[in-house]
Ligand binder design. Structure first.
Ligand code: SDX
Length: 428
C-alpha cells in the first residue's frame, strides 16, 4: 500500500498521500487538504513547498549535488558546450552530432532582430541599466510575432518561438552592451557557433577582424552552462507562474528577467563586484570589517548564502577553480580576487556564517571572471539571464506539457473584519 502521512485536526484524522521522486525526495500531497479538512498550509517564501513535479533538474542542497536531466554539473561544465546543454534541457537528451548541427543551424537562421527593435534602444537614457533594457527588449520582441501571442492557438509554433528566442537573445544582449558603450551594433555572423557569435557581437569591432580567443570562448561556455537551470528558483518559478496563465513565452521570460534582476537573486553578481570594490577602495581591503557589518545586519555579504545549498554550492566550487585558471591564462592580476578569497576564508571560519550554513554561491566568483573577460559590471546579470534562458524555456515547456493548473496561492488574511462604510463627511 502507498505510504501516507496522518494529520489530526478538529478530532478527525486525515490520510495524506506521500509522493516520492526518483532521487527519493518525498512530499506530502495536500491537494485535497482544504476540501477535506478546511485547512490550507502556510509557508511564507515557499521554504517547504513543492510547486510542481519536474524531470529537468535535480539538486541536493545538503550534499551539494546538481544534475541537469541526470548528468552532473561537473561533467557538463567540463565536457559539453552550452548549446549541447540547451538541447539537453529542452529536449531531455544530449544531442547526437547530427541533431546538434541541425539545432545550431536552425538557431543561426534566426539571429537577426527586426530593425524596428533596434530603434527601441533610442528611448533609453544614457546609462540605463542593461537588465531594464533586456526586460523591455524581451517584451517588445513579442510585438513582432503576433502569431505566438496565444500559445493555445498555434501550439505547433512553439518550437519556432523557442528557436527564435534562443537566437535573438544573444543578439539583444550584445546590442545592449554595444549601445551602452556608444558603439555601432554588430550584426550576427552565422559562420560562428552560438557562444562565439555572442562574443563577436559583443567584443568585435566594425573596423577590425574579430579573432576569437579560445580561452574566452571556453570560459563563456562554462559560465553559461553553470547558470543554465536551477529548478524552482525565484525566476524559474516566476516564469512558471506567469506561463500558468497561458501567457506567451516572451511575456513569461520577460517576467523571469524581472525576477532575476533582484539583488537577492541574479542581481547579486553585480552587487558582489561592487562590494569587493567597496572593500578595496573604501575599507583599505579590510574584509573583517565587511564580515562584522554583515553580522550586525548592516549589510549582506553578496554571493553568500542559499535557500537550498546548506553545505556548498557545486557551481561556486567550479567557478572558483575556473577563476584562477582563466585569470592566469589571460594574464589578468585582479586584486579583487585576493579580497574575495580572503573574505570567503574569514566568513567560512566565523560562527555566524557556520551556524547559518552560509557558503559562497554561484554569484560569488563569477563577476571576477566576467570582469576579466571585459564585461562591465552592470552587464553581469544580463549574462546570468543569457545562461538561464534555456532553463526558463524548459520550465515553461514542461508546465505546458503537463497542462498544469494556473498558479494561485492562498493566504491567511489578517486585516480588518467587515466594518460599516462611513460617508466622507463623517470620517475623522
Ligand atoms: C541565486 O534559489 C536559487 O536556486 C537561486 C540561484 C539560481 O541559480 O537560480 O542559485 C541564484 O539567486 C543565488 C543567491 C544570490 N543572492 C545573494 O548572494 C544575496 C545574499 N544572500 C541572501 O540574501 C540569502 O542568503 C538568499 C536570498 C540567497 C537566501 O535566503 P533565505 O534562504 O531566505 O535565507 P535568509 O535570508 O532567511 O537567511 C537566514 C539567515 C538570516 O539571519 P538570521 O535572521 O537567522 O539572524 O542568514 C542570514 C540572514 O540574515 N543571511 C546572511 C546572508 N544570507 C543570509 N547574512 C549575511 N550575508 C548574507 N549573504
Amino acid at each position: 500500500m502507498a505510504e501516507t502521512a496522518t494529520l489530526s485536526y478538529g478530532g478527525k484524522s486525515y490520510e495524506l498521500p506521500i509522493i516520492t521522486g526518483t532521487e527519493n525526495e518525498s512530499a506530502i500531497d495536500i491537494s485535497k487538504l482544504r476540501s477535506d479538512s478546511g485547512l490550507i498550509t502556510f509557508d511564507e517564501g515557499y521554504k517547504n513547498t513543492g510547486s510542481t513535479i519536474s524531470n529537468i533538474t535535480f539538486l541536493d542542497g545538503e550534499k551539494g549535488i546538481l544534475h541537469y536531466r541526470g548528468y552532473t554539473i561537473e561533467d557538463l561544465a567540463s565536457k559539453a558546450s552550452f548549446v549541447e546543454v540547451i538541447y539537453l534541457l529542452l529536449y531531455g537528451e544530449l544531442p547526437t552530432q547530427t541533431q546538434l548541427s541541425e539545432f545550431e543551424g536552425s538557431i543561426s537562421k534566426h539571429t537577426l532582430v527586426h530593425e524596428n527593435l533596434v530603434k527601441v534602444f533610442e528611448v533609453f537614457p544614457t546609462g540605463s541599466h542593461p537588465m531594464g533594457q533586456l526586460m523591455t527588449m524581451m517584451s517588445a520582441l513579442s510585438s513582432f510575432y503576433p502569431d505566438s501571442l496565444n500559445p493555445n492557438k498555434k501550439p505547433e509554433e512553439t518550437n519556432l518561438t523557442v528557436i527564435r528566442l534562443l537566437a535573438k537573445m544573444t543578439t539583444m544582449c550584445a546590442m545592449i552592451h554595444k549601445k551602452g558603450k556608444g558603439h555601432p551594433v554588430l550584426y550576427p555572423q552565422n559562420k560562428y557557433d552560438y557562444v562565439t557569435n555572442f562574443l563577436y557581437m559583443t567584443f568585435g569591432n566594425v573596423s577590425e577582424e574579430y579573432i576569437a580567443d579560445p580561452v574566452i570562448v571556453d570560459a563563456m561556455n562554462k559560465l553559461l552552462i553553470l547558470h543554465a537551470d536551477h529548478e524552482q528558483n525565484c525566476s524559474a518559478s516566476t516564469v512558471r507562474i506567469v506561463g500558468s496563465s497561458h501567457a506567451n513565452l516572451y511575456a513569461s521570460i520577460a517576467a523571469g528577467i524581472a525576477a532575476l534582476w533582484g539583488p537577492r537573486h541574479g542581481g547579486a553578481n553585480q552587487e558582489v563586484l561592487e562590494m569587493l570594490e567597496d572593500i578595496r577602495t573604501n575599507a583599505g581591503g579590510d574584509v573583517k570589517r565587511a564580515v562584522a557589518e554583515a553580522k550586525d545586519k548592516k549589510r549582506l555579504l553578496f554571493g553568500f548564502g542559499h535557500r537550498v545549498y546548506k553545505n556548498f554550492d557545486p557551481r561556486a566550487k567550479i567557478i572558483k577553480v575556473a577563476c584562477d585558471n582563466i585569470l592566469a591564462k589571460l594574464g589578468v592580476n585582479d586584486p579583487l580576487l585576493a579580497i574575495a578569497k580572503e573574505l570567503e576564508e574569514v566568513a567560512l571560519n566565523d560562527p555566524y556564517f557556520v551556524e547559518r550554513k552560509l557558503y559562497p554561491n554561484v554569484d560569488f566568483y563569477s563577476g571576477i571572471i566576467y570582469k576579466a573577460l571585459g564585461f562591465p559590471t552592470p552587464m553581469f546579470t544580463v549574462l546570468f539571464a543569457l545562461g538561464r534562458l534555456p532553463g526558463w524555456i524548459a520550465q515553461w515547456k514542461e508546465l505546458r506539457e503537463r497542462n498544469e493548473n494556473i498558479g494561485r496561492p492562498r493566504q491567511i488574511y489578517t486585516g480588518y473584519t467587515q466594518r460599516a462604510f462611513t460617508n466622507i463627511a463623517d470620517r475623522k
